[in-house]
Ligand binder design. Structure first.
Ligand code: DX5
Ligand code: ZN
Length: 242
């Protein structure tokens, strides 16, 4: 597994569902996580995949599986994904009345716990819970479908979460999901995101692996800018000379 500061997570939602093993292999050297969008036709109108597909994916690839559960009743289902070997399991705050309890169950089952926050949900009530989680998934669209336009106004949630992580000295990935592409990833990284889900931008590209590399490089540059680190472009000119 890669251990870089920027996590790139291609979303299989934009891949050919009859060729998921090939889609996984296509990004295996360049993706940090594979993002698996589980939708149940209740929490969101769309219907995608569930435990049997995750089980098969786990056998087909070594890339860590980042399961994004867009389902009602995650309390009932989420631990099952941990038991199948998911690396991270994110459930929606809107679908769970005891997020801390479920996060603890997930960690006890040996996986990372993720809290997902949909477009219309404020982040503030959850900031004090972040120590219980390993990832915070902030939707940058309304959850349910790939291929939607990125909503930059939702980055205020990323900024608030990044400030909470800094002030609490927390170890938490801030993941953004929805409309992440070459022209949007930099603003998300500058706002403080450090994990990036990309469906259309990866699997809609002629070369998915190259798309991952390009996204990573754009995010890395922007995170350095966000932190105020010097880069070759921003270094002041050398003094002296003639
Ligand atoms: C949508 C899913 C996203 C989706 C993103 O509800 O959670 O992960 O795959 O797709 P793009 O990158 O095409 O917006
Ligand atoms: Zn997702």
């Amino acid at each position: 597994m890669r251990t870089t500061e920027t996590v790139i997570a291609p979303s299989l939602l934009a891949a050919d569902f009859a060729r998921l093993a090939e889609a996984s292999a296509a990004v295996a050297g360049d993706a940090d996580w594979l993002h698996v969008d589980v939708m149940d036709n209740h929490f969101v109108p769309n219907l995608t995949m569930g435990p049997p597909v995750v089980k098969s994916l786990k056998a087909a690839t070594d890339v860590p599986l980042d399961c994004h559960l867009m389902i009602t009743d995650p309390k009932h289902w989420a631990v099952g994904y941990a038991e199948l070997g998911a690396y991270n399991v994110s459930f929606h705050a809107e679908a769970c009345d005891d997020p801390v309890g479920l996060a603890r169950d997930l960690r006890a089952a040996g996986t990372r716990a993720g809290l997902a926050v949909d477009r219309d949900t404020p982040i503030e009530p959850y900031l004090e819970l972040l120590g219980e989680f390993d990832t915070l998934l902030i939707m940058t669209i309304k959850a349910g479908f790939g291929g939607q336009s990125f909503m930059p106004e939702l980055l205020n949630k990323v900024r608030a979460a990044r400030a909470a992580v800094a002030s609490g000295d927390l170890e938490l990935r801030i993941e953004v999901d929805g409309g992440i592409a070459d022209d949007t990833i930099a603003q998300a990284a500058e706002a403080g995101a450090d994990a990036f889900v990309a469906g259309t931008a990866v699997y809609g590209a002629a070369d998915p692996a190259q798309a991952c590399r390009r996204l990573r490089s754009l995010a890395d540059q922007a995170s350095r800018r966000g932190r105020g680190d010097p880069t070759p472009d921003s270094r002041p000119p050398l003094a002296g000379g003639d």
